[in-house]
Design a protein around this ligand. Structure first.
Ligand SMILES: Nc1nc2c(ncn2[C@@H]2O[C@H](COP(=O)(O)OP(=O)(O)O)[C@@H](O)[C@H]2O)c(=O)[nH]1
Ligand SMILES: [Mg+2]
Length: 211
């Protein structure tokens, strides 16, 4: 399962990825206040879909191999406006998109909105979730306000990547949605591969399921 994390510069993408995978690779240039992600963050976790829990690198021995286990890769993207072509490449072919927004800086919303469109175009019809980050700050706008600023109705979840509030729960919820979408896609791809009319597949399914 391949996920991509998008969002404006300083929204909290690196913090989120490191919260999910403390061993994530981070490529930041840092000198005083002049700090930025120049490349991208990259993390890996294992998801036990049977028990719905996440395992980090140091917990691999605890994984029960008889359960349904997914390797989940999380690729961050550089958030600056000028990096749009890089984001496009990184978002291509991913199974799900996480958009991180700084809820305390609604002026960023215009960048968030353009990245939302970018993500939609680049990733295609895969699940997308919006994390309304930095909810620990008193000036943070609510998830509902963020949703209405973006002009969308659902899938905006309040989190604090810094404190870890609501991160793992929302992430697990999203993994379930991505899993459903991957399975649905692989079924329809198989139908296409067989190159037979859909009604024949339908009859075949009916016949085999009644045995
Ligand atoms: N208060 C608060 N600060 C956060 C949160 N998440 C990230 N930050 C801070 O916001 C700044 C930018 O975070 P970073 O993860 O580097 O953003 P990125 O540019 O999107 O990768 C850093 O100083 C973080 O410590 C959060 O949930 N709450
Ligand atoms: Mg970063």
């Amino acid at each position: 399962m391949k996920l991509v994390v998008m969002g404006p510069h300083q929204a909290g993408k690196s913090t989120l990825i490191h919260r999910l995978d403390p061993w994530a690779v981070k490529m930041d240039y840092s000198k005083g206040t002049f700090s930025t992600t120049v490349g991208f963050d990259y993390g890996i976790v294992l998801w036990d879909a049977t028990e719905n829990r996440i395992y980090r690198k140091n917990q691999i021995d605890l994984v029960d191999p008889s359960n349904e286990i997914w390797k989940v890769t999380i690729t961050g993207t550089p958030g600056q406006v000028s990096f749009a072509p890089v984001r496009k490449v990184l978002a291509k072919g991913k199974d799900g998109v996480i958009l991180v927004i700084d809820s305390a800086r609604p002026v960023q919303m215009v960048y968030a909105l353009s990245q939302y469109r970018e993500a939609r175009d680049a990733a295609g019809p895969v699940p997308l979730i919006i994390f309304a980050n930095k909810q620990d700050l008193p000036q943070a706008k609510s998830a509902e306000t963020i949703a209405s600023l973006l002009g969308i109705r659902s899938n905006v979840v309040p989190i604090s990547a810094l404190k870890g509030t609501n991160v793992e729960e929302s992430f697990l919820q999203f993994l379930k949605e991505v899993r459903r979408s991957i399975l649905a896609r692989s079924i329809s791809e198989r139908l296409v591969e067989r190159k037979e009319p859909r009604w024949i597949s339908w009859v075949r399914r009916k016949l085999t399921s009644s045995v």
